[in-house]
Design a binder for this molecule. Structure first.
Ligand code: UTP
Length: 306
């Protein structure tokens, strides 16, 4: 059922413990780790703004200060750069403060992604909204969120982003049971399973960190008990919504994404992302790639060493 209510607000959960990146994340949220010289979370906010969402609510945890400071003015720093006439750096410092209207709410205890999203209830109210995970980046050249908003307006309900992975990878993610629709990149979700045991996944399509949700998700989350890992799982709430396709706010669709995605919450992927972004930078590519070629030549893969 079409629902043309506009999607205006973005929720960015960034309150996880980031244990995979300790000790770097002891006092810094993992979302603030730099991709060359810009924190991952700034790319995520830029993506929301590119999709027309300029009201951004961050769900923060115990280390929220650095995130708030990053999206705020930094007068002392700006004055110092102004005095030096360093206009480029001054612009880069101001850019993050001028991006969007930022709001913050604290999760308190990291009781899971579902619980983090529930903390957005009061700010979001009774409107559809987008969720962008703060450690998951989508390449700006492959817009996904706009397409998801279109799908939500056409079908109503909630929309998740899906990516196809190798069968032996599925058990690390949430996997979706899907049914085709009349659009090639859109599927109906009939079931969702968080981290299915190997061989039991309903498909090779996994859920990635972009969602457009009907506000009904808050009512469902309120009654969703802790699931896997003792955490309140967003996937469990979405499964409930997928089970009630003809009720108000129910039904879940998936958009098949075939573009570039960077999961910066994972060490190997984080390193790949930094290398890739550095290789595409006008100010770094030539020197960096020259060094990288030599480095790779001198460092064979350990398993291939004689
Ligand atoms: P992850 O499971 O990747 O984050 O959650 P994590 O728990 O911080 O990571 P590890 O496994 O310990 O390294 C995905 C997203 O949801 C947020 C995280 O900040 C991340 O952006 N999240 C997760 C919350 O905001 N609150 C939570 O309670 C859990």
């Amino acid at each position: 059922m079409a629902d043309t209510a506009p999607v205006l607000k973005a929720v960015v959960p960034a309150a996880g413990l980031g244990t995979r990146f300790l000790p770097a994340t002891k006092a810094t949220p993992k979302e603030m780790l730099p991709i060359v010289d810009k924190p991952a979370i700034q790319y995520v906010v830029e993506e929301a703004v590119d999709a027309g969402l300029t009201d951004v609510l961050m769900i923060t945890g115990r280390n929220k200060r650095s995130i708030e400071d990053h999206f705020d003015r930094a007068y002392e720093l700006e004055e110092a750069l102004e005095a030096k006439g360093d206009d480029d750096r001054l612009a880069s410092v101001r850019e993050s403060a001028d991006l969007a209207i930022m709001h913050y709410v604290r999760q308190g205890e990291p009781k899971g992604l579902g619980h983090a999203v529930f903390c957005a209830r009061q700010h979001v109210g009774n409107e559809p909204f987008a969720i962008l995970l703060g450690d998951d980046m989508i390449d700006a050249r492959d817009p996904l969120l706009r397409r998801m908003i279109e799908v939500r307006q056409r079908h109503g309900g909630s929309v998740v982003a899906l990516m196809e992975v190798e069968p032996d990878q599925v058990s690390a993610y949430g996997s979706a049971a899907i049914e085709a629709t009349d659009e090639d990149d859109v599927v109906r979700i009939t079931d969702l399973v968080e981290k299915p045991p190997e061989g039991e996944a309903p498909s090779n399509w996994i859920i990635i960190g972009r969602y457009v949700c009907d506000p009904e998700v808050f009512n469902v989350l309120e009654n969703t008990p802790p699931g896997r890992g003792g955490e309140i799982q967003l996937t469990d709430a979405l499964r409930t919504l997928a089970d009630m396709p003809s009720e108000k706010g129910g039904g879940v669709y998936g958009v098949k994404f075939r573009g570039r995605r960077y999961d910066t919450g994972n060490k190997l992927e984080y390193l790949r992302t930094v290398v890739q972004f550095a290789s595409e930078r006008d100010d770094l590519a030539e020197d960096f790639l020259a060094w990288l070629h030599d480095f790779v030549r001198d460092h064979p893969v350990p398993s291939a060493r004689p």
